[in-house]
Design a protein around this ligand. Structure first.
Ligand SMILES: Cc1cc2nc3c(=O)[nH]c(=O)nc-3n(C[C@H](O)[C@H](O)[C@H](O)COP(=O)(O)OP(=O)(O)OC[C@H]3O[C@@H](n4cnc5c(N)ncnc54)[C@H](O)[C@@H]3O)c2cc1C
Length: 424
């Protein structure tokens, strides 16, 4: 029994581990160090391309709970992250060189893994996991376009912040559509003074760094709200913040549109942005109704190859039309180091179970790892965007007050994964 894994980034490394430790032979194809996408510097597996932080370890955050779920499921990435941890308060930050080196050495030491330092330019035969990440090489990108169509394979993200609806002050917003036709939005109205304060903040707010290789994409395809703002306040008042058609008509408006089937998340219409994460949090304080709102998914404008997964993948990350072909990592529509690793864990474990004739993993949105699977397989394909782990994607099995929801979700998720692990 042999499996091909393409790409030994975070997701690929985790998938290799899950397969190999179950006795399955893995042929790994990793193009580095021969070919390196511009964000990478080494030939090591699981290189962290930007920050060295795997974000919060606290159990009252979704990413903290996800890490605990992954620990229970014997994640290689989380184990090595613990072993190479450096002080960073409640965040799990690592010595990035030691982290990538240890993952590489662990995989190299596995008897049933063969490593090929080669670029893959064709979709391999099954069984196979493709985990080539947001910077998938051009040759494979073209083959993936052939497999799923040019409209369903995205090349960059230009995404507005997505907000946890339960954290919006509903007394300050109205529900209405422009001219009373079409879809209803939540409207955050701003008077002249509020708009001017918002505008003054926006034109000087801090930006996330732009990589050289992203400049072209940025100018071609993505027009962030802060770039529009710098053209003058009227660009916003006649653009994404135009108040026309609302009654009574405010001076300006921020519109929020439902983003998920469960109606727990909303996105800020026309607010794709490259502001830094702290600046995005600060921006909300200038918008009536959003002063205490929590961002479930930050806005971004960056290079990011990803599939419109709900059209193609099932909850085990398997390509529905070709049994035995799996995808994993950021390219499936999860976002972040931990989430990418988590999807590699589920893809690797699911493929191993299929090859060993075992029942498919039971997964649903009562756990964080299951909520990510649900997002990539059942998200809305009309405006599918990658997501970080967040409680807004989850379903609570018991009736609890909104203030107790996070604690209940965290406890339920860990209990459910403990039960799952016992059954494996
Ligand atoms: C510039 C940038 C910065 C980011 N910063 C952060 C951050 O700070 N924090 C965070 O949480 N997330 C960040 N992300 C998002 C995401 O978490 C990371 O990209 C993460 O590394 C994704 O993991 P992955 O396993 O899906 O892909 P990767 O880690 O990118 O792994 C994919 C692997 O596939 C290999 N590969 C690609 N094409 C081929 C091919 N044809 N044949 C063989 N091998 C191939 C690559 O060399 C690579 O090793 C960032 C993304 C980008 C693009």
């Amino acid at each position: 029994m042999k499996v091909t894994v393409v790409g030994a980034g975070l997701a690929g490394s985790e998938a290799i581990w899950q397969l190999a430790k179950r006795g399955i032979h893995v042929d790994v194809f990793e193009m580095r160090p021969k070919r390196k996408a511009p964000a990478f510097v080494s030939g090591d597996f699981a290189e962290l391309v930007c920050s060295n932080s795997l974000r919060s370890d606290a159990k009252d955050t979704a990413v903290g709970v996800l890490k605990e779920e992954m620990r229970l499921l014997d994640s290689l990435v989380i184990r090595i992250a613990q072993e190479t941890r450096i002080p960073a308060g409640s965040a799990l930050a690592v010595d990035r060189v030691a982290f990538a080196r240890k993952i590489t050495e662990t995989i190299e030491a596995l008897d049933n893994v063969t490593i090929h330092r080669e670029e893959v330019t064709e979709i391999p035969d099954t069984p196979c996991i493709i985990a080539t990440g947001p910077l998938t090489s051009d040759a494979l990108f073209i083959k993936l376009q052939g497999l799923i169509g040019t409209q369903s394979l995205y090349f960059y993200d230009a995404i507005a912040p997505i907000i946890d609806k339960s954290t919006i002050d509903m007394t300050k917003v109205t529900r209405a559509s422009r001219y009373d036709v079409g879809e209803d939005y939540l409207n955050c109205p701003l008077n002249k003074e509020e708009f001017e304060r918002f505008y003054d903040f926006l034109i000087q707010a801090e930006l996330a760094p732009l990589h050289d290789f992203e400049e072209q994409i940025f100018f071609e395809g993505c027009m962030p709200i802060e770039v529009l703002a710098k053209r003058g306040p009227k660009t916003l008042l006649f653009g994404p913040m135009k108040p026309v058609g609302l009654s009574p008509e405010p001076y300006a408006v921020v519109q929020l549109r439902q983003d998920d089937a469960a109606d727990t998340l909303v996105n800020m219409v026309g607010f794709q942005t490259r502001l830094s994460w702290p600046a995005q949090r600060e921006m909300l304080k200038f918008i009536p109704g959003l002063k205490s709102a929590q961002i479930a998914r930050y806005g971004v404008c960056h290079r990011n190859t990803y599939l419109n997964s709900p059209l193609f993948l099932d909850k085990h990350y398997q390509f529905k039309k070709i049994p035995g072909l799996y995808f994993a990592g950021q390219m499936t529509g999860v976002e972040g180091y931990v989430e990418s690793s988590a999807s590699g864990l589920i893809a690797g474990l699911s493929l191993a179970r299929a090859l060993l004739d075992q029942d498919p993993l039971p997964l649903d949105n009562t756990t964080v790892i299951g909520a990510l699977s649900t997002h990539i397989s059942q998200g809305n394909p009309k405006h599918f965007v990658p997501y970080n782990a967040n409680f807004g994607l989850m379903r609570c099995q018991s009736e609890v007050k909104p203030s107790a929801r996070r604690t209940a979700l965290a406890a339920q998720a860990i209990a459910n994964i403990e039960t799952l692990v016992k059954s494996l």
